[in-house]
Structure formats: structure tokens, C-alpha cells
Design a protein around this ligand. Structure first.
Ligand code: GLA
Length: 373
């Protein structure tokens, strides 16, 4: 294994073990996680592999095959830079929680497509977190691990994300999507084998990442919190009468509320359709989710909109942006025999606008984080 060879070269000797954690796509339930709502992500076949050994002191040495020459040796974890803040943040948060975590030698290798918005950061956190859990006998359940990783990203990286990405990486099951109630944190594996229906989820990676995205994310969270406060509810999850709520709100708070409340219902509707084995019908809900994210939540961008519109025009059953927005990927639900036409239609739409061609990846639901060696 490449990561083991790199570990030997960097530190001499064998790693104590090798762990893998996947990235994710979200089928539906966008910007609902930090509103105590519902999400339905699944793990993708790409992720981060970490070769790790424990140490007797408190030093963390970390290197990445994707960042040659940027090895960091940290006695003070606060000095970690760039990509290394994600995994070292997990060490720091574990120690902060009183867990007996000493140092570690770490080499990581990732194959999540760049800029695709498929949560390579969660994969980075969870792979190293799971390694430490095993090596130091912490006894953390997957959801506890996911929460520590989310805390690391919130506090050490400064991205105020919800729980979805880390939970998807830590808890997913092969062939299943993860239906997660982000309030109770109860998760349920929902069978999601599209091949039985002659369908697939096609990821369309726009390859773009618009600046502002991070500040916009925090602003959306704030809009939602303000709206909930004005409505006198703990979170937008608790809005039961949407019409009454909207009549008491205006501007951004009104639009964000409209999205979050309807998006939660769409997740539940998708769950119902999957249970009924009416899989092709979820396409209409994917389309509705995209329009709501574009018009009410305002986190889409021209590249995502064109990908979605062209995919549908090319014969997809439905399509939507996935993840935080402002770039990254869209997903399309496509019959196997329509995939080529969908691809060509999207490629043409991009070419007409003079944009660089997007890339296409079939997404089959993969396993969550686990030990490889
Ligand atoms: C990012 C965050 C998640 C979630 C999505 C939007 O991926 O990390 O917690 O909020 O955006 O659904």
C-alpha cells in the first residue's frame, strides 16, 4: 500500500495500523443539519486512508501524500497549518475532552476528487479520529467520534459546520443511505441499491469553488437562528405551521425558513418513497430541493444551476446541488441507458458558455470508516 510505503520512508518502521474514512454525497436534506432537521447522505467510494502509530510523548508528526514536503512536527498542536489543522484538531479536541490521547505519527493519502465538495475534510478528521480511538482504546461509538470530529472542525478549523458530513463518514453502510435525525442523532441505514432499478446517482463535479462560501455558510446559520428566535421556537425544525410562520417573517429570514421547513418534509417524503420502492419518483423531490436551495436559501451558483438544468434536459429523473453550495458537485438520478445523453447535454451546456468541462463520477453507496490493517 502506498500509504504504508510512505509511512516507512517518513518515520521508519511499520505503522501500527491503517484506517479508511470515506467522503459523502447528500441525497437530500441540505442545510437542515444545523437546524436540528433531517439529512440523507451516503458514503462515496473515495476518502482518506491514514497510516498511524501511537507515540510515548505528546508530539504529533503528520505528512500527506497530497502535500509533499509539508510534513509538520507539532509539540504545540495550535501551530498546525492548512490541511493539518483538520486531523490535529481531532487530537486537540479529544485531549480537551479528557481522553487519554498521547502523540502520533501519521501519514495520510486521499483520493476524494478535488473541489468536488464531497467532504474530504470530514474523511480526514474521521480516519485519524478512528485510528486514535483504536490505538488509545478510547471506546468511542461512531456517533461520539463524529461529534468530536465536528467539534474539531468548528473550533480548530473555524468552520461552523453541522454534524452531517462527519456522521456520514463514520456511520454509513455499504449499499445504504444514512437517514439521520440531527436533533436526537438517531441514525438509520436505509437500503439504497439503485442498480436493482436500472438507475444510478451521477455526480457532476463543477470543479468550481466560489470564494465567500465560508462566510455565506455562517450567515445562513445566523439567518436560521434569528428566524427561530423571532418565531419563539428552539430551532426551525420545530415549525409546524409554515404559513403562519412565514406571515411573521420577512426578507432573508422568511426565505431561509421556507427552505428549511420544506426540505425536512422532502427528506421524509424521499424516505417514504424508498420504503415503497418507488425509487424513480424521488427525482421530482431532488428537483424541488434544488429550486429551493437556489431561490430561497440562495446557496447555488450558475455552474450548479446549469448542471442541474442540463441534466434534467438530457433525461435525468431529477437533479440537485449537493453539499454546502457555491460550487462543488451536483447529483443527478439517471437511468443507466440515459447516462451518456445526460453527460453530453451537460458538457454541451458548459461548452456553450465557455466553461471548463465538468467531470462525472458514478456514486455507489460505500462503507463508513473502518480499519484496513
Ligand atoms: C456542509 C456542512 C454540513 C451541512 C452541509 C449543507 O457540507 O459541513 O454540515 O450543513 O454543508 O447541508
Amino acid at each position: 500500500m502506498r500509504v504504508v510505503d510512505a509511512f516507512r520512508q517518513a518515520y521508519g518502521g511499520e505503522p501500527a495500523g491503517v484506517w479508511h474514512a470515506p467522503g459523502r454525497v447528500n441525497l437530500i436534506g441540505e442545510h437542515t443539519d444545523y437546524n436540528d432537521g433531517f439529512v440523507l447522505p451516503f458514503a462515496v467510494p473515495w476518502g482518506v486512508t491514514a497510516a498511524v502509530s501511537p507515540r510515548d510523548d505528546r508530539t504529533v508528526r503528520i505528512a500527506s501524500l497530497q502535500a509533499p514536503g509539508e510534513e509538520q512536527v507539532l509539540e504545540d498542536l495550535d501551530r498546525a497549518e492548512g490541511w493539518a489543522r483538520y486531523p490535529t484538531g481531532v487530537v486537540a479536541v479529544m485531549r480537551g475532552a479528557g481522553l487519554p490521547v498521547r502523540g502520533a505519527d501519521i501519514v495520510i493519502d486521499g483520493d476524494v476528487p478535488k473541489g468536488a465538495g464531497l467532504s474530504s475534510s470530514a474523511a480526514l478528521e474521521v480516519s485519524v479520529g478512528l485510528a486514535l480511538n483504536d490505538l488509545y482504546g478510547l471506546g468511542l461509538e461512531p456517533m461520539e467520534l463524529a461529534r468530536l470530529c465536528q467539534k474539531a472542525e468548528n473550533e480548530f478549523v473555524g468552520m461552523p459546520c453541522g454534524i452531517m458530513d462527519q456522521a456520514a463518514s463514520a456511520l454509513s453502510r455499504e449499499g445504504h443511505a444514512l437517514f439521520l435525525d440531527c436533533r436526537s442523532l438517531a441514525g438509520r441505514a436505509v437500503p439504497f441499491d439503485l442498480s436493482a432499478y436500472g438507475l444510478q446517482i451521477l455526480i457532476i463535479n463543477t470543479g468550481v469553488h466560489h470564494e465567500l462560501a465560508d462566510g455565506q455558510y455562517a450567515r445562513r446559520r445566523q439567518d436560521c437562528e434569528n428566524a427561530a428566535k423571532r418565531l419563539g421556537v428552539p430551532s426551525l425544525r420545530d415549525v409546524t405551521d409554515l404559513a403562519a410562520a412565514l406571515s411573521r417573517l420577512s426578507g432573508d429570514e422568511r426565505a431561509r425558513t421556507q427552505h428549511v421547513v420544506t426540505e425536512n418534509h422532502r427528506v421524509e417524503a424521499v424516505i417514504g418513497l424508498l420504503r415503497a420502492k418507488a425509487v424513480p419518483e424521488i427525482g421530482a423531490l431532488l428537483n424541488a430541493s434544488h429550486l429551493s436551495l437556489r431561490d430561497q436559501y440562495q446557496v447555488s451558483c450558475p455552474e450548479l444551476d446549469v448542471a442541474v438544468e442540463a441534466a434534467v434536459k438530457g433525461g435525468a429523473r431529477g437533479a440537485r446541488m449537493t453539499g454546502g453550495g457555491f460550487g462543488g458537485s451536483a447529483i443527478a438520478l439517471v437511468a443507466d441507458d440515459r447516462v451518456d445523453r445526460v453527460r453530453t447535454t451537460v458538457e454541451q451546456a458548459y461548452a456553450e458558455r465557455g466553461w471548463a468541462a465538468p467531470t462525472f463520477l458514478p456514486a455507489t453507496p460505500a462503507a463508513g470508516a473502518h480499519r484496513l490493517h
